[in-house]
Every structure is written in C-alpha cells, then in structure tokens.
Design a protein around this ligand. Sequence first.
Ligand SMILES: C[S@@+](CC[C@H](N)C(=O)[O-])C[C@H]1O[C@@H](n2cnc3c(N)ncnc32)[C@H](O)[C@@H]1O
Length: 212
Amino acid sequence: MPLEALQQLERTIEKRIRLFEQKNGIRLDDEVRFIRSWFERPLSTGAVTPSGRVLARTMARYVNPAIAGPVVELGPGTGPVTEALMAEGIESERLVLVEFNPTFCQLLRARFPGATVVQGDAYGMHRLLAGLLQQPAAAIVSGLPLFTKPVRMRLRLLRDALDLLRPGAPFVQFTYAVVPPIPKKMAGVRADASERIWKNMPPARVWVYRRG
Ligand SMILES: C[S@@+](CC[C@H](N)C(=O)[O-])C[C@H]1O[C@@H](n2cnc3c(N)ncnc32)[C@H](O)[C@@H]1O
C-alpha cells in the first residue's frame, strides 16, 4: 500500500477512536495507562479502569465551589474526578492532588498545569501537606482503594482528613463495595451515601463523611 494511503488510513482510524471516546465518555489512552499501572501495582491502583463520567460527576457535586479553601484530591489517577471538579467550578489553582504513582503525577502536571501535584503517600497527608495548605480545606475527595488497608488505617486517614477540613466540610470517597469504606459509627462523624451508580463499571457508591 502506498505511504499516502497508509497515512490516510491512520487518520481515519484515529478519527474513529476519538469519536468512540467522545460517545462513551472515556479516553482509551488512559484506559491503557490504568491497566498497565494495575498490572504493575494491583493493590495500590485498586481498579482496572479510571472512574466513569457519572461517578466522577457524582463525587464532584458534593463539593461546593462557593466554600473558600483548597480542594484536596487523594489518588486522582489519570484525573477523571479532577476534571469533574473543574467542571463544577473549582479553579485548578485550588486543587491539591496527592498521587502515589509517578507516571500519573507527570500526566496530571501536564493535564492540570494550575494544580499542585504532590507525589507521595496519602496516608501521610498531615506531613505531606504541612505548609502547603494555607487555610482549612473546603473538601477532600478520595479515589484511594481503601479496602487494601486495615480498618485502623482507614479510620486514621479519615481523622487526619477531617482535621485538615473546615468544620462540616466533606470527605468524599467512592467504593465498589456494598459496605461503607470506613465504618459509619465513628464518634462525632456523620456518614451519608449516594444511590448506587449502576452506570459505572463496576457499579459504585459515593460516601460522604463530615464532622458534626
Ligand atoms: C482506584 S484508582 C482511582 C483513580 C481516579 N481517582 C479515578 O477515579 O479514576 C486509585 C488511585 O489511587 C492512587 N493511590 C493508591 N494508594 C495511594 C496512596 N497511598 N497515596 C496516594 N495515591 C494512592 C493510585 O495510584 C491510583 O491512581
């Protein structure tokens, strides 16, 4: 086949891929990155694909853009929830993204140039974010795969997150599980759940924890 015809074929395939991505609300290159990350670190990646649009939007809608302060995202991965937060009106300059995987960090820096990307372990958020947050956070949104950690670590993560938040501000976490990702009965903490989001693959639920 002549070179020109090959290039034309390549362009047609590219165009069809983009149309498929737009129609289905996914990015195939992100899917590939995610699968690769899952093969390399199944426990910390925690999912085989990035969150779908409906789940990302549901999480972002728990964050009120009118409340002042930084918005912290734990485990943003390739950034579907980050994008949804921005679509809800959170400026990228307010976003602090804490991600373990250096390849995802690189991608996040390129994709969200205004955001602060911190490469590190979200379970050490107090130390990691000390000096970085000039005021209490307006929300903390988490995509961390919590069930790979013991309950006491999850409880400590929630307590640390609530300490960084404004009083009454939300800690938002999604899960594929049927039980809450952090036990509901923590003194002084209210937990609420969304409906199950069947349009996500796998179906998920969003939990919101607040002090007070
Ligand atoms: C289930 S994925 C969710 C990614 C993205 N939020 C989404 O919804 O598609 C979990 C993400 O958390 C990151 N992660 C896992 N453990 C972490 C930790 N201790 N600290 C920071 N990031 C972590 C993984 O690298 C991965 O990007």
